[in-house]
Design a protein around this ligand. Structure first.
Ligand code: BTN
Length: 256
């Protein structure tokens, strides 16, 4: 079946003021039948959701807070692949719109150097057992922060902190949606392989030492087609990490 090489995302944009979470708003719209490409943005979230049940904090008007309704014809267990698509797209958008050289920390944190500039949250809903109904891809991009509060002060950065300039949130959204549409179109047409290759090219995790919360550790050597991080332990064993907390050592701390 012929598929277009890019998908038009953002044909309908619900630009909201203060909400609990754009994920919840987009989820409601998707459950009511909103088509693929519907986008929800907000100026501020009172209960922003991060990965692994964490909260995602923002100060009004400083971040791009965005949730995109996607309806890919894939099985539910492949839904996490969409966050790889999103991370690759945000790296490209930051380069195109702000000249920034960002990279990806597994699985989908977008980083400038050792500081996080963007987080991604794919939330899937099944329509029937074993059938994916929709995925809400949440993107939180730090744009106009001049400083971050503790405890993320030294862990986070923003487009403004990296470029010295404020950016227009609307233009930044267009840039992210454009890149996301291109990479999502490629994912629909060709599957995960091209996206995986692009992820590896943009990754800062490969070659670094990683430690899982359960104590297992090794050097990251590859990304599986399912999005798993492949670690080689000191005894040469290969470990596949699909989910969970992984601490990546900083660049200058990696061992051979
Ligand atoms: C992470 O923990 O890195 C993922 C953060 C995702 C945050 C975005 S902001 C827009 C959307 N709405 C939410 O509540 N979360 C996502």
């Amino acid at each position: 079946m012929h598929r277009p090489s890019s998908s038009r995302l953002g044909h309908t944009i619900h630009a909201l003021g203060t909400v609990e979470s754009t994920q919840a708003e987009a989820g409601r719209l998707a459950a009511a039948g909103a088509p693929e490409g519907t986008v929800v943005t907000a100026c501020h979230q009172t209960a922003g959701r991060g990965r692994r049940g964490r909260t995602w904090l923002d100060t009004e008007g400083e971040s791009l807070l965005m949730s995109v309704v996607l309806r890919p014809p894939i099985p539910p267990d492949q839904a996490p692949q969409l966050s790889l698509v999103g991370a690759v797209a945000v790296v490209d958008a930051l380069h195109a719109s702000a000249g920034l050289h960002a990279s990806i920390r597994w699985p989908n944190d977008v980083m400038v150097g050792e500081r996080k500039i963007c987080g991604m949250l794919p939330e899937a809903a099944t329509s029937a057992p074993g059938t994916l109904g929709h995925v809400i891809l949440g993107i939180g991009l730090n744009v106009n922060q001049a400083v971050f509060p503790e405890p993320v002060r030294t862990l986070a950065t923003s487009v403004r902190m990296e470029t010295g300039r404020e950016s227009d949130l609307g233009l930044m959204m267009e840039s992210v949606l454009g890149a996301l549409g291109r990479w999502y179109g490629r994912f629909l047409a060709d599957g995960i392989d091209g996206v995986r290759e692009a992820w590896l090219e943009r990754s800062q995790s490969i070659g670094r030492r990683a430690r899982c919360a359960d104590g297992r550790e090794g050097v990251a050597v590859d990304l599986g087609r399912d999005g798993a991080l492949v670690l080689r332990t000191d005894s040469g064993e290969m470990l596949r990490i699909l989910a969970g907390d992984v601490t990546m050592e900083a660049a200058n701390a990696a061992r051979d």
